[in-house]
Design a protein around this ligand. Structure first.
Ligand SMILES: Nc1ncnc2c1ncn2[C@@H]1O[C@H](COP(=O)(O)OP(=O)(O)O)[C@@H](O)[C@H]1O
Ligand SMILES: [Mg+2]
Length: 382
């Protein structure tokens, strides 16, 4: 199927969180109709979409009905089963291919595919039992990190192992399932490259983004990481290699570490728009969500040039601990933009929205976005 899916057609989004919401915003701006498949009603994507099917991802009949009703399917939720992706593919194009999703869902498959593509990662070992874990710790050394092979996000399903004595507790804490053990990278910085590949193989990327995490959750992202030219080129080449090796049509994000020697290592992949790419909505003429839409629909890709230094700060549910954040105070700086995802319940650690700021320099953008976020917390009354 190489005919483009043109404006006026219906885009189907499997999943219904903030990534789908921002994709739906791009799609509606370009005149598409949007139908989201969501396990819950009034979801972040459903609030923007023309239609919201509420059903479980395991309900393959519902998936087929949904796919029949739309002109192209993409996903924003990574843990869609292969069976669901295949059911959708019986009725029209699914992009990226279900196989890409299947690969990235599981840290074993993903790491092996990266290694097979000749790409550098932290040292790792697949472990299926406590005995295998102990052997892997002996081989990789400490410190290391144990991660569940599937269903991890925002540092969930991970346990750090500082000495071999931590092994039993770590194995129990991740539920003792199939897992991967990784050597801890003493990184100088965390980076990401958000890239897009069109149906005809055309490729673009948004350069290298610097990411700062707090408690394993992304906190701040800044466009144009301060790397030397060779490192920047290398990071973008790594993303290109992944896109080609996996034959991705759509957006994919490569998370990277740069270690103390300046070497780049791949941490993990996300076969979809990524939290670190949210700043492209304001920073670039055509955002990561615009690229996703264009790639999925078989249209030419857009301009990813960064217009101004831009930084993004996540808004987690913790900011609601003492009541509604002070939106007026954050928006007092006209350089600041607010994005809220329409989630009713502000739980701790839950991504509720983000702020961006553009300014004359990177440092200035970071300072302004952080200041705006700090202003959200009301001074408690004496
Ligand atoms: N091997 C590692 N060495 C050092 N830090 C790591 C390693 N793996 C993960 N981390 C830290 O934990 C964060 C979350 O881990 P990640 O593998 O990206 O899982 P997810 O984002 O799916 O929760 C990373 O961004 C990084 O800060
Ligand atoms: Mg990650």
């Amino acid at each position: 199927m190489n005919d483009p899916v043109l404006p006026g057609a219906t885009l189907g989004i499997l999943g219904s969180g903030q990534l789908g919401r921002m994709l739906a915003q791009s799609a509606r701006r370009m005149g598409y109709r949007v139908h989201t498949f969501s396990p819950t009603a009034d979801s972040p994507t459903g609030q923007i979409a023309d239609r919201e099917t509420v059903a479980a991802y395991e309900d393959l009949d519902a998936i087929e009905r949904f796919a029949r009703d739309v002109d192209a399917v993409t996903f924003e939720f990574e843990n869609i089963s292969s069976a669901a992706a295949n059911a959708a593919a019986r009725h029209g194009p699914v992009r990226p291919r279900g196989e890409v999703l299947h690969l990235c869902q599981n840290r074993w498959r993903e790491k092996h595919a990266l290694t097979a593509a000749g790409l550098p990662t932290a040292p790792y070992a697949a472990v299926e039992s406590l005995e295998a874990l102990l052997a892997a710790i002996a081989r990789l050394g400490t410190p290391c990190i144990l991660k569940t092979a599937g269903f991890g996000y925002d540092g969930k399903g991970q346990a750090r192992i500082n000495t071999a004595d931590d092994a039993v507790a770590a194995w129990a804490s991740i539920g003792g399932g199939p897992a991967i053990l990784e050597g801890v990278v003493d990184f100088a910085a965390e980076l990401s490259v958000v890239a897009a590949r069109g149906a005809t193989g055309e490729r673009v990327d948004f350069g290298v983004i610097e990411n700062r995490h707090v408690d394993h959750i992304l906190d701040v992202s800044i466009a144009d990481a301060p790397l030397d030219e060779a490192q920047t080129t290398r990071a973008r080449e790594i993303a290109a290699t992944v896109m080609e090796a996996f034959d991705v049509v759509g957006v994919l994000c490569v998370e990277l570490f740069v270690d103390r020697r300046g070497e780049l290592l791949v941490n993990e992949l996300a076969p979809r728009p990524h939290n670190s790419g949210h700043l492209t909505i304001e920073a670039c003429a055509s955002s990561q969500f615009d690229q996703q839409l264009r790639a999925v629909c078989g249209l030419p890709l857009g301009d990813t040039t960064r217009r101004q230094p831009t930084a993004m700060a996540n808004l987690l549910g913790d900011l609601w601990a003492d009541g509604e954040p002070d939106w007026t105070a954050a928006l007092a700086d006209p350089a600041v933009n607010l994005h809220l995802y329409g989630k009713a319940e502000p739980r701790a650690g839950r991504k509720m929205g983000h702020l961006t700021a553009s300014a004359a320099s990177r440092d200035e953008a970071v300072r302004r976005v952080r200041t705006a976020r700090a202003a959200l917390v009301r001074a408690s009354n004496p």
